[in-house]
Ligand binder design. Structure first.
Ligand SMILES: NC(=O)c1ccc[n+]([C@@H]2O[C@H](COP(=O)([O-])OP(=O)(O)OC[C@H]3O[C@@H](n4cnc5c(N)ncnc54)[C@H](OP(=O)(O)O)[C@@H]3O)[C@@H](O)[C@H]2O)c1
Length: 324
């Protein structure tokens, strides 16, 4: 088969469409013939050499895909050859075939093509595990999503709205109309506006109950300032650095919580638990059309370098798909 191989970490040109051995399904795994894979910012970090695959994972990039099962390994009981699926991966999505633990498979939601469903597993699992499982978003809460225009952000907006939250986003102004159309109540251009003041103004000074943060260090202090009493911050990205100053007095005064998680390095069992949660709580919302994949564009997988250039320039809104 062919896969995108990173011989030497570096710029987008490091992504080379190369012939490689086919994957074999291990115990409890299936092989999926890939219809589409989606690009995540973590793939860019992996390409640059800053985010190595966890032990045992495929060396090729790609954290989510969709396709058809072509083989099952020993002990696979609940899935069969020919089934159409999408999957959360620890790596290996940028390929024609990939081996996946069966606990990381999800059905193709009603009304979506197999191709479109590639845009969902990683963002659904990341957003649900943080916004619902960790930060316990409730109906009526205010949710602030940083990076609302990204793959994670466009999903988080829709999940927040579907769960009955009032959703606010930070994003560059060019993306605001699309984000309002997805249900965001307030879009803040973080390049020229103080998001703390903007959120306080529209919440009568109360702030956000939950903050989903992809910026990290540079936003830590302001995230605590914007928090409502009893609020929860879930940090999932470090685009603004991994260190920042934490004013514990301010956090205590808010009775606030700061959590930080990664999905990729979790155990197969923990990922299966998250996938079950997503299937039970999120998939019905996708089946009902309350959440749709937001697909910016689709490119040939051999042109993965162009997808990475677009993502690094933040020219995309939502997800970029790659077709093998
Ligand atoms: N911890 C985990 O398990 C996990 C899992 C998946 C993803 N992530 C992280 O989540 C983040 C988003 O991933 P993605 O795949 O959705 O990437 P993406 O599609 O590139 O989205 C990132 C967005 O961040 C926005 N942005 C950049 N700087 C910003 C700032 N200072 N304030 C507000 N927004 C800003 C950009 O939009 P503008 O054009 O508006 O600037 C861009 O749309 C990445 O940091 C990724 O590593 C973490």
């Amino acid at each position: 088969m062919h896969a995108i191989v990173i011989q030497t970490p570096g710029g987008p040109e490091a992504l080379q469409w190369t012939e490689v051995p086919d994957p074999e399904p291990g115990p409890g795994e299936v092989v999926v013939e890939v219809t589409a894979a989606a690009v995540n910012r973590a793939d860019v970090l992996q390409r640059r050499g800053h985010y190595p695959p966890p032990p045992g994972a495929s060396p090729y990039p790609g954290l989510e895909c969709s396709g058809v099962i072509t083989a099952t390994g020993p002990g696979v009981a609940d899935h069969r050859v020919g089934e159409r699926v999408c999957a959360l991966l620890a790596g290996g999505g940028y390929a024609q075939r990939v081996a996946v633990p069966e606990g990381q498979l999800l059905p193709v939601p009603a009304g979506l093509s197999v191709q479109e469903s590639a845009a969902l597993p990683e963002v659904a699992c990341t957003v649900w595990s943080n916004v619902v499982d960790v930060a316990r978003l409730r109906k009526g809460d205010t949710l602030l999503v940083h990076g609302g225009g990204g793959g994670i952000g466009t999903f988080a907006v829709q999940l927040g709205v579907a769960l009955g939250a009032r959703v606010m986003v930070t994003a560059r102004a060019a993306k605001h109309d699309r984000l309002r159309a997805l249900g965001a109540d307030l879009a803040i251009d973080y390049t020229g506006t103080d998001f703390v003041a903007a959120v306080r103004e529209v919440t009568d000074g109360r702030g956000a109950d939950v903050v989903l943060d992809i910026v990290g260090g540079a936003y830590l202090g302001r995230n605590i300032d914007v928090l409502a009493p009893g609020g929860r911050i879930a940090v999932i990205g470090l685009q603004g650095g991994r260190t920042g100053e934490l004013d514990l007095g301010a956090l205590m005064a808010k009775r606030g919580t700061v959590a930080a998680t990664t999905l990729r390095a979790r155990t197969v069992a923990d990922k299966a638990r998250i996938v079950r949660g997503v299937r039970e709580q999120v998939w019905p919302l996708v089946d009902a059309g309350a959440i749709r994949p937001v697909i910016d564009r689709t490119l040939p997988m051999s042109d993965a370098a162009e997808a990475h250039r677009l993502m690094e320039a933040s020219e995309h809104l939502g997800k970029i798909l790659l077709l093998p």
